[in-house]
Design a protein around this ligand. Sequence first.
Ligand code: ADP
Ligand code: MG
Length: 631
Amino acid sequence: MPDVGATILAPFQPWLSFNANFSFMTRINLLSQRLANQIAAGEVVERPASVIKELLENSLDADATRLEIEIEQGGIKLLKVKDNGVGIHKQDLQLALSRHATSKITDLEDLENIQSLGFRGEALASISSVSRLEMISRAADEEAGNGWKVAVEGQDMQASVSPAAHGQGTTVEVRDLFFNTPARKKFLKTEKTEFGRIDEIVKRIALSRFDVQFSLQHNQRSIHKLLAANTDQEKQRRVGLVCGPAFVENSVFVEMEGPGLKLWGWVSLPTFSRSQADLQYFYVNGRIIRDKLVAHAVKQAYRDVLFHGRHPAYVLYLELSPAAVDVNVHPTKHEVRFRDSRLVHDFLFSSLHKALASVTPSDQFLSHADGQHKPSMGFGIEPDDSNVNYLHQQSSLSLVESAHQGYVGNPRAYRPDAAAIQQQMAAFAKLTADDVDVPPLGYAIAQLHRIYILAQNKEGLIIVDMHAAHERITYERMKTACQNEELKMQPLLVPLSIAVSQSEADCAESQQQVLLSIGIELERAAAESIIVRQVPSILRNANIEQLVRDVLSDVLEYGSSDRIQAHQDELLSTMACHGSVRANRQLTIPEMNALLRDMETTERSGQCNHGRPTWVYQSLDELDKLFLRGQ
Ligand code: ADP
Ligand code: MG
């Protein structure tokens, strides 16, 4: 039998000896300048990329219009930024390297209305405490050639200043990062990884300032050269250079204004989704941020159109009064706090939702026509996507599943009347004539394997997945019908009592009206308990307790909840899927044309309810290329 006492005690022994040998009760010392700065550096200077971020922000704050970045060995050996900004006066050079020294704010009022990227006055002090830093600068009002160089030495970080030639502006060179803090150096990854992070920072900043020219070199090789972009076309070009041409080709430009708010930028079409959330740039007043509230609003806007588990891509700019947003909530300033977070959330959601809903086939062709976009809607999903299945999982002969017909009426079976058929046929016959208006998705010419509709418009060939297309149309109709009819509520046979936290109960009580508007009637029963009396009838079979909990946590966090809508949409989507034209059914030409016309007028008709494309397009040019015509 083992000795129980010994086995229980054994794990504690290292602790005992540790405590016995270590005492915190020594005398108090003042930390050296350098050590104090090194401790502060822990927050700001994590790796070479964080140094580049601080240096670039300083240059932009100094009104530079040209930035040259040179990196060696992933930034571990050298990080150099040269700018043509206002420069630093000789008298200020030493100060610039000390902690809590900044030219950007002077009092608390400034802190509440920050317009510069930096303001904490600790980046240069921190960086120079963990590297060999040299800064050469010439202020705008000093004579040409009369620059000054500053470097720091020793524990108390004495800065020495000497003359050095320099054009107007500042060059900062950071060598041997973490040479004196080996524990931190150990955490650096390979040269390639560290450079990748630097490149990402440069991209983020390049997208924040179209008016500034950027160049980036790694180990003497040129990586980016971005000229200043002033016109819309030049800006779009920069977005293409930074995010890749496929993003620009498969995105729409949005521009919306709300009360004191403006949103503009590029959002990917739902059919161009990514397996990771890696192409998402969001700027608030020119500062890139990663924010839960923003992410939630965007996700919600894409909810209905994105393939499950996929991520949208976007480059978006939110502009609002600096006083309406607090940037001083995190040392690296990646997070912000909006004064009116609900307003921002709702504005983002509704702007993007609207933009995505209104992408119709004719918009697609319009944007193609200006030469900006390559006409290849639907080919945007990257090849990494073995899980995206373009074919139908099921096929059955039934046109309409009768079980669901009662709900919003018979999903339309594409049997237009005789007059409509006549009309379509006449238009189809004239298709080859030059002067007729051909609708964006053209006219049907055939059906392929009873799955795809082949149609021709003025520019080329359109292939439609007929089940996917009809599914979206049915779904959108059901949603409209459902909204118009208002949310029908149904009393629960036995009211449901749910134990919640005090703050959730408070929220349930104060937001009763909001909850009622989404079909949930409840009341507070006690300090930590609520009673649910009615729910939307369409959701009566859902897990009500879970649903109400989720809704409450949404309302607590974002001021609103779209869960009911999401649940309801999910249900309608399933119903639409079953109630739509199945693959494997022969359609007549007029039936196919009717489907095409419906697609042109239906919101979000470019994707089925699961986010798969409903149609793709091949221009005559592209077809010619396939056959090597004219080459
Ligand atoms: P912060 O940016 O928060 O003010 P830093 O430590 O990054 O703090 O910089 C300290 C000061 O040095 C800045 O406030 C600015 O006055 C000056 N400075 C730093 N970099 C530059 C630059 N590239 N051009 C002009 N001034 C600079
Ligand atoms: Mg700074």
